[in-house]
Design a binder for this molecule. Sequence first.
Ligand SMILES: Cc1cc2nc3c(=O)[nH]c(=O)nc-3n(C[C@H](O)[C@H](O)[C@H](O)COP(=O)(O)OP(=O)(O)OC[C@H]3O[C@@H](n4cnc5c(N)ncnc54)[C@H](O)[C@@H]3O)c2cc1C
Length: 559
Amino acid sequence: MMATSTGGSAGMDADVIVIGAGLAGLVATAELAAAGRRVILLEQEPEASIGGQAYWSFGGLFLVNSPEQRRMGIRDSHDLALQDWLGSAGFDRPEDDWPRRWAEAYVDFAAGPKRRWLHDKGVRFFPIVGWAERGGYGPAGHGNSVPRFHITWGTGPGVVAPFEREVRAAAESGQVRLLFRHRVDELTVTGGGVDGVRGSILAPSGAARGQSSTREVTGQFELHAQAVLVTSGGIGGNHDLVRQHWPPRLGQPPKHLLSGVPAHVDGRMLGISQAAGAAVINPDRMWHYTEGIDNWNPVWPLHGIRILPGPSSIWLDARGRQLPGPLYPGFDTLGTLEHIMTTGHEYTWFVLTQKIIEREFALSGSEQNPDLTGKSIVKLLERVKPGPPAPVAAFMRHGADFVVEDNVPALVAGMNKLACAELIDAGAVTELIAARDREVANPFTKDMQLTAIHGARRYRGDRLIRVAKPHRFLDPAAGPLIAVRLHILTRKSLGGLHTNLDAQVLDGAGQPVPGLYAAGEVAGFGGGGMHGYRALEGTFLGGCLFSGRTAGRAVARAV
Ligand SMILES: Cc1cc2nc3c(=O)[nH]c(=O)nc-3n(C[C@H](O)[C@H](O)[C@H](O)COP(=O)(O)OP(=O)(O)OC[C@H]3O[C@@H](n4cnc5c(N)ncnc54)[C@H](O)[C@@H]3O)c2cc1C
């Protein structure tokens, strides 16, 4: 079966074909429609999954010098943000030229029009700004010098909503054609330029949002347009690709990985674009988390949830040895991953108290934050009540990775039982916790983690809702002791299709492939790696917003 032509000018089916209805594709399509261009938006998944990963996301956005920051007493600036970005990115090769330019443009956007643009579309933010990736290596090193993680009111669905609305309105008026279950398998090339796509029509599927859908093929299609924009996402759902590109600097690829993304994040379009002349750069740049827990209520295969940790848990490796500073919870994601891969085991442990879990465990994902996602102030206020938030409590009850006990020997026995190996010595952990407790009582501590906790609590937002008051772990009033086993969880791809600042995809010689554009995660959020080696968080949704907007506007100018 061939899809019928929409009968566009010069024998084309539309002005532009966009591949992938995730956030980047929706933003670009909305921009193209606003500029009066006719678009076909192709999506391999059923309509239920429109919005892609962004719908599942926590909705954290990197904004610089926002009113929310200022109200919380945070002084941020473009220069400070750029310093942090470059310190984290560590651009160190000539091929980082476009990624670096994208990084600079993105920081300009985040410190400039981003908030206003979103605000005008109805997007609002939770008033307390989060502090992700705190760094710990000095002023020019990795990390955010100030809190910048702005949680969208409505989380991920709140970010997707205005763009989906605009695209659906354009579909109603006939300017956009939304074709679900259309999987692109090939880009067509004529005279050296990309002028269309060929692909498979997949069988209808009743899969709910995020669930894997059948790959049964019922027909073929071919469509042509003046430009093709690839917004197909990263590789995190394809563990074979993740392992294939795993960088030696992070050790051996892990044997056991949880998936932080749905299976549609399959990376197929990278190879398909390469076959049409595109260059992929930085395929070994990835952003995987070290605080993954098995989802007791999974939506997609190997579904893991990331704990967004506050800084107070003691972090132990599989043998019970404390991770070195500054590898404290929430400080340096990839530094921690690199260290873990030297330990001979792929998992680690948080050891904490009930008091800490109540204050410091947030779970990433829209479905894990029904209060913020549902924009419910009543439910949100329940967070200040004693006890962990309901989704965390559900993990404590049903999760495979939690041990809760009243004393250290019983806790360690539970950890060893879960690991099916006597790897951890209860005596050593008892000594470590006792030593830490002595430091808590000491205002002149030598423990840098405690110094960091005191520093964090100078920030009103952390003191209010994010960082537990320092207390002795062995104080019975702090509640039972808890150990949580943490796995490596795939999430973002930082490398991808090499693009210039007009989102044109470049070939191996650095020249634009005529007609081919890319945005979002498949383009390393711009340039093929605007994050460099490491990210500051909230920069992925923001990267889709910025690169989708940039691509949509650039393509509209070109066609
Ligand atoms: C649980 C979770 C929490 C997150 N939290 C945050 C956060 O707080 N802050 C932040 O900045 N980022 C966060 N992220 C990351 C962010 O959501 C993603 O990086 C971003 O949404 C990627 O968007 P995208 O449009 O590039 O790709 P995707 O959302 O992956 O969309 C790509 C679409 O293309 C389709 N597609 C792929 N190949 C083809 C093909 N051949 N033919 C047709 N269609 C195709 C896919 O089916 C998919 O629908 C989170 C992600 C997850 C999963």
